[in-house]
Design a protein around this ligand. Structure first.
Ligand code: HEC
Length: 110
């Protein structure tokens, strides 16, 4: 008795399922083209920009750096070392000099 009514329930629920082609037509995907505004999430291209883009964007955008005042080279070196020593930024040691030079060229102060 129980088995009989169970199979009747299964039969009814299968019969009431929607047909697959009907479900598919409800989710038609279309490609749209949108233009995103330029952002300051990356550093502007130039000598050393690969090094700074690879090492300095894990925790904050480039804007965090680019919106600082111009600094002398030594101050940029201190800043990069602060990221490494205080915030444990995983900067490749061979990239430190390149990054400091890039920052000095872009936002250096005499
Ligand atoms: C491990 C995470 C991390 C990485 C990677 C990182 N930073 Fe930062 N950075 C921080 C934090 C945290 C702050 C402070 C944010 C705040 O004050 O809200 C900060 C702030 C800054 C500031 C603002 C001034 C200051 O001292 O607070 C500058 C400039 C900066 N970072 C430069 C860099 C440069 C250049 C690199 C690549 C060498 C880098 N950061 C990589 C975590 C990181």
């Amino acid at each position: 008795m129980f088995r009989k009514s169970l199979s009747a329930v299964i039969l009814l629920s299968v019969a009431s399922m929607q047909l697959p082609e009907r479900a598919a037509s409800a989710f038609e995907l279309k490609s749209v083209k949108i233009d995103l505004p330029d952002s300051d999430r990356m550093f502007p291209a130039g000598p050393g920009s690969d090094a700074i883009n690879n090492n300095c964007l894990a925790c904050h955008s480039a804007g965090m750096v680019l919106n600082q005042p111009a600094l002398p080279k030594q101050a940029w070196a201190t800043e990069v070392n602060k990221m490494i020593n205080n915030y444990e930024a995983p900067v490749a040691p061979e990239d430190v000099g390149t990054i400091v030079d890039y920052l000095t060229a872009l936002k250096g102060a005499k």
